[in-house]
Design a protein around this ligand. Structure first.
Ligand SMILES: Nc1ncnc2c1ncn2[C@@H]1O[C@H](COP(=O)(O)OP(=O)(O)OP(=O)(O)O)[C@@H](O)[C@H]1O
Ligand SMILES: [Mg+2]
Length: 149
């Protein structure tokens, strides 16, 4: 695990960008943290690191936003609205847990059970967990599985 203190949205984006530059096909990034922590901000950097052009917004009416045009396709999921186990089961997220590109999942804590199932070594290599904690208005503590940045 690594810890990074971010002092601005730009610094949070820059960490995402570093991860985007080294991301391999099949990587799943599990983001957690409170409302307004900076998860979407992190995804903006990730997209930039992958060379994806265009704007990044959380999917609100769909499960996933797909961004192309980069080194690899980026699948952006936001599970905030999935509250019950049944909603999670029927949402169809399985395919994004072994993506033909890179998946990034906001509110990944919603699928804590599925994450538990993914703990075998094969999958662990393909998953990076990133937790963003709000320290103050502009300061964030970002705790993440080391990806060699
Ligand atoms: N160091 C920082 N890193 C990231 N965001 C910051 C930082 N300091 C302030 N902010 C602000 O916090 C907000 C983060 O919003 P963002 O949408 O990225 O959060 P989120 O975690 O995706 O929230 P949600 O759970 O609602 O999707 C933005 O308004 C951003 O400007
Ligand atoms: Mg968000």
């Amino acid at each position: 695990m690594a810890t990074y203190i971010s002092h601005s949205p730009a610094e949070t984006e820059a960490l995402g960008e570093k991860l985007g530059r080294v991301a391999q096909r099949g990587l799943v990034i599990a983001l957690s943290g409170d409302l307004g922590a900076g998860k979407t901000q992190f995804v903006r950097g990730l997209a930039r690191g992958l060379g994806v052009a265009g704007r990044v917004h959380s999917p609100t009416f769909t499960l996933v936003n797909e961004y192309g045009g980069g080194r690899l396709p980026l699948f952006h999921l936001d599970l905030y609205r999935l509250e019950t186990a049944e909603q999670i089961r029927s949402a169809g997220i399985e395919e994004f847990l072994s993506p033909e590109g890179v998946s990034v999942i906001e509110w990944a804590e919603r699928i804590a059970n599925e994450e538990g199932r993914m703990k075998n070594e094969e999958n662990a290599k393909r998953m990076v967990r990133v937790r963003i904690e709000i320290m103050s208005e502009t300061e964030r503590k970002i705790i993440y599985d080391d990806f060699g940045a």
